[in-house]
Write a protein that binds this ligand. Structure first.
Ligand code: 2IT
Length: 447
């Protein structure tokens, strides 16, 4: 396999799909050497098959807004790879959603899910529906209209969606209600991220952020460092940032910045519980403005318009929002300000140039597909609870999540340790995830 040849071919076919091509290139560059030591992979054309999704469903979603006007959006489900289990991955509602974005996310999800040690394939879906400024009733009508199309292609042993950007417990609730009505079955295993009283797992809302901090702890421990007393800057204020902030504070770190599309809130004394709880209100309001934190807590937080979290001096940077939210200039600013660790919590949160800058400066850096895998891992635990009709306690789920994050860290170290001792977590995560999927594809024949 030659990365350049495969990429040239994909660029010809999907030249405008920049996020998808970026995600594929990163994985192929990481695995090239290992892959070429396995002629059986080459013979079965594993890479050529793995880079294309199994199938993509595209559908129209029409709904009526509060003014009585008819609105039409596009809906998608990308069923990427089912080598190690049914398709599994979130739904993203965001105005910038395109097939390219969902293909990159579905591709990443395949390897991430393989890393969790649980039997889940990769999928992703969503819509270009923009939740910003929408009322609760509008969100409900959109979710119902979306599920009216989606329900036929999902199922507990087929494809199990969950939340992602713009989709949380509220949206999953509306979608599950409509699914149940259409399918005429109380099939809890069809979606994850459900409410605690109707099949949801305890700790699923917290899991992405908690898991990310458990991973960060292992990474720091391996490097002989402690999270206690460190200053953390994070981006976003949605579900993932909320979970990350909660656990970071619990572990003794000080969260000195959160950010949004409108700018950054600097919190010199560190975020407190009251402020963390307020993040939930900010998300539910659909205003998408981090400035609201400074308006609510003017003594504790200062808002600067147009700036990112990466402009605030910190030890650890945690991108928790969107792909490519941390670019090369941001990386250089962080390094100049003394940051020594960056764990991607968002999917592909850093540009390739930013990752290169971090790795060249020998910063501790770990990629989203390892760091944020606790979210989907806990979705996997929710599926197990649904299938067996039981619910585990918070302690049981947390212990399992902790164990999974530890094993993901170990896999990264195993496959990512370089000759000079530096741990390339990008390589480690990509090779570990890839080997598992590739082996399963090989054993299942040419399909
Ligand atoms: O990116 C992700 O891993 C998620 N949005 C969670 C997916 C899931 O199925 O829980």
């Amino acid at each position: 396999m030659k990365v350049a040849e495969i990429m040239a071919n994909l660029e010809q076919k999907h030249g405008h799909e920049v996020e998808y091509l970026q995600a594929v290139r990163e994985v192929l560059e990481s695995i090239e050497e290992t892959y070429n030591q396995h002629p059986e992979f080459e013979k079965a054309k594993i890479v050529e098959r793995m880079v294309e999704p199994d199938r993509i469903f595209t559908f129209r979603v029409t709904w009526v807004d509060d003014k009585g006007e008819v609105q039409t959006n596009l809906g998608y489900r990308v069923q990427f790879n089912s080598a190690i289990g049914p398709y599994k991955g979130g739904l993203r509602f965001h105005k910038a959603v395109t097939p390219s974005m969902l293909k990159f996310l579905g591709f990443e999800q395949t390897f991430k899910n393989a890393l969790t040690t649980l039997p889940m394939g990769g999928g992703k879906g969503g819509s270009d529906f923009d939740p910003v400024g929408k009322s609760n009733a509008e969100i409900m009508r959109f979710c119902q209209a979306f599920m009216y199309e989606l329900w036929q292609v999902i199922g507990p042993d087929q494809d199990i969606p969950a939340g992602d950007v713009g989709v949380g417990g509220r949206e999953i609730g509306y979608m599950y209600g409509m699914y149940k009505k259409l399918a005429r079955e109380y099939n809890t295993g069809v979606l994850t991220g459900k409410g605690a009283t109707w099949g949801g797992s305890i700790l699923r809302p917290e899991a992405t952020g908690f898991g990310a901090l458990y991973f960060t702890q292992h990474l720091l421990h391996k490097a002989g460092k402690d999270i206690k007393g460190t200053k953390v800057a994070l981006s976003g204020f949605g579900n993932v940032a909320w979970g990350a902030a909660t656990k970071a504070v619990e572990l003794g770190a000080k969260v000195v910045a959160i950010s949004g599309p409108d700018g950054v809130c600097h919190i010199p004394n560190g975020i407190d519980t009251e402020m963390i709880n307020y993040m939930l209100d900010m998300r539910a309001s659909n205003r998408n403005k981090v400035e609201d934190m400074a308006t609510k807590f003017p003594q504790k937080a200062q808002f600067t318009a147009g700036k990112k979290a990466w402009s605030v001096k910190c030890d650890i940077a945690l991108p928790c929002a969107f792909q490519n939210e941390l670019n090369c200039d941001d990386a250089k600013e962080l390094i100049a300000n003394g940051t020594w660790c960056c764990c991607e919590v968002s999917n592909m949160g850093c540009t390739p140039e930013a990752i290169h800058a971090f790795q060249s400066a020998k910063l501790l850096f770990a990629p989203g597909k390892a760091v944020n895998a606790g979210g989907v891992a806990t979705s996997g635990l929710e599926m197990t609870q649904n299938a067996t009709h039981i619910s585990w306690s918070a302690k049981e789920v947390d212990e399992k999540l902790h164990f999974i994050m530890q094993s993901i860290h170990e896999a990264c170290v195993k496959f990512g340790t370089q000759k000079d001792g530096y741990i390339d977590y990008v390589k480690g995560a990509n090779i570990a995830g890839f080997m598992k999927v590739a082996q399963a594809m090989l054993e299942q024949g040419i399909i």
